[in-house]
Design a protein around this ligand. Sequence first.
Ligand code: FUB
Length: 308
Amino acid sequence: KNKRLFLLSAFLVIIGTLQAQNPIIKDQFTADPTAKVFEGKMFVYPSHDIPSPIDRLKEWFCMADYHVFSSENLVDWTDHGVILSQENVPWVAPDSYSMWAPECVYKNGKYYFYFPSTPKGEGKRGFSIGVAIADKPYGPFTPQANPIEGVNGIDPCVLIDKDGQAYIYWSGRGMSVAKLKENMLELDSEPIKIEGLPEGFKEGPFAFERNGKYYFTFPWVKEKTETLAYAMGDSPMGPFEFKGIIMDESPTGCWTNHHSLVKYKDQWYLFYHHNDYSPEFDKNRSTRIDSLFFNPDGTIQKVTPTLR
Ligand code: FUB
């Protein structure tokens, strides 16, 4: 009898733990999660939604800084605190509040954190993308004085190929990709547009390589809100062939979704966001995780969101 009771309570603890996972960060809003495995742990670099302190952004996205979080078991997350703030970036307008979806990669002993924001200065319009550098995945990150020349847009993603060549993807007028120089701070080729994607507003590119295939994944509005969709190709710069949807649109109307895919301890995961803690306002979002599986031919099985 005692054994049965023990097994039942162990089962309930496991179910409770699994159900308690989404959203994974419970004490602040975290959107646009870019997840990376560094130093044997999972690190998540999200943007940090806040209720706007200024009228201009009361009904819009508002972000002043970035935190980074890490975990070994994907349940208990450590908040490493603020790794970069708008007031510490020389090129960012002081009242920007536009520190949108970021990216972080490791190369040659350094961590490179890519982030979009709105630049200061007469005649500057739209978004630029800057870089901050650290020795550790949790910072401290030191921003470059200027954003990357030749990149106008949001949602940076950097893929480092097997030969060490880095590529940067972003969304602006369409989706673009270019090579990065060895210093990771400058373009090394003219940007080209990613072709072969269906019609519909697209942003938030996330590219990765698996078994020699290159995956270009992106939020895509098919009908009302953003689905997560993907295309596959044989080279980091395409061409890519559209393959389908990874996650359907939000059943409750959160207009954006934004994601990353990562393998950790032999399991692939999809990190994405939803407005779990702000059902009336879909610009205050929270990070979620679900397991993700590939078919034998490399295509991706659809992920059904795990609710709380
Ligand atoms: O978080 C602000 C913007 O919303 C991101 O840049 C987009 O991808 C969307 O998630």
